[in-house]
Design a protein around this ligand. Structure first.
Ligand code: DGY
Length: 327
């Protein structure tokens, strides 16, 4: 039984594979593999541990229906043709829950960095300008304490964020979900509202939805215009949820006050993107899960999926549990 791994994962993952007596091939080179190469490697292996979702389309699953498992090194699977995986009998697993706190912290970091213009002022120092303390009215940020955070998609990550900001800063929570989050309502005083109410009533709007046909392009000029001119837009979910050109326009026209993105559309973002030069915009290169502890946990989940899949057992973290195993 052999696994193909398309990038170098944290050491703990290799250790678990060694302990389970599972052989592996790791692609350590740059550039990353294209789809054709990945298919060729997978053809010579029984399982695939994929860092990233690129190329896992219907053709891939048709060509690689022999795979006993595809284990993603991510919680998201929006880029994968799960229907095709299921039709071809390939179980797919992901890494849920282990990155909730790290991603919530990333949203928090963006909120603070944007609200205090921190990156912009840091860059000013590098240009020889000390900035904010020179004049009492110069380069001012905005307080977050006591303000209202609107969470679009109050699931596990959104709830972690809501816990931090309610407990530390007394922020109030509005949320927009298909389902009611009774626990967040009871424990955190979160209030479920319509999208329009959330946009109009929030000082910060933070997106935590999966990318689906429903959420694709959900944030554009129409939504930014419904937000307060003093509001901050945060996206740590998927770049496809916002329309980047319209976000740039909304910031340039001061329709909203600021934006913080950990996900962009496309990724990677071009180095010429105007957002990178804006006073009230902060962009991170998709670092939501990028802590040592979290990546170790993701690696562990992914390998646990591989071990179960190779044995023909149900995956501990399945995306398509309906697939019948035991090839
Ligand atoms: C995920 O796991 O889906 C995150 O976006 C981290 O890459």
């Amino acid at each position: 039984m052999k696994v193909f791994i398309n990038k170098v994962i944290p050491e703990i993952g290799f250790k678990l594979l060694d302990e389970a007596g599972i052989a592996y091939t790791v692609w350590k080179e740059k550039p990353i593999l294209d789809r054709g190469q990945a298919i060729q490697f997978c053809k010579g292996h029984d399982a695939f541990l994929s860092v990233g979702q690129a190329g896992l389309d219907a053709d891939f699953f048709r060509e690689c229906k022999h795979l006993k498992v595809v284990a993603l090194h991510s919680v998201g699977f929006d880029g994968i043709d799960i229907k095709a995986a299921t039709e071809n009998g390939v179980p797919v697993g992901n890494t849920p829950n282990v990155l909730n706190k790290a991603t919530a912290e990333t949203a928090l970091l963006l909120m603070l960095t944007v609200a205090r213009k921190a990156l912009y002022l840091h860059n000013k120092i590098k240009q020889g300008e000390w900035g904010a303390s020179q004049q009492p009215t110069q380069d001012l940020g905005i307080d977050l304490a006591g303000k209202t955070l609107g969470i679009v998609g109050l699931g596990r990550i959104g709830t972690e964020l809501a816990k931090i900001v309610t407990q530390s800063w007394g922020m109030k929570i509005l949320y927009h979900n298909r389902t009611t989050n009774a626990e967040a309502e009871k424990e955190l005083g979160a209030k479920k509202v319509s999208m329009d109410e959330l946009l109009a009533g929030s000082d910060v709007v933070s997106v935590h939805t999966a990318l689906t046909s429903e959420t694709k392009g959900m944030f554009g000029m129409e939504q930014f215009k419904k937000m307060k001119p003093s509001a901050i837009f945060i996206n740590t979910a998927r770049g496809g949820v916002h329309k980047e050109d319209e976000l740039i326009e909304a910031l340039q026209q001061q329709i909203i006050w600021g934006a913080g993105l950990d996900v962009t559309n496309p990724e990677p973002m071009s180095k010429d993107n105007p957002l990178l030069e804006m006073e009230n915009a902060v962009v991170f290169p998709h670092i939501g899960s990028a802590t040592k502890e979290t990546r170790d946990k993701m690696s562990t989940c992914a390998v646990e999926n591989i071990i179960a899949g190779l044995k023909g057992d149900p995956l501990p973290y399945p995306v398509n549990p309906e697939v019948r195993q035991g090839k």
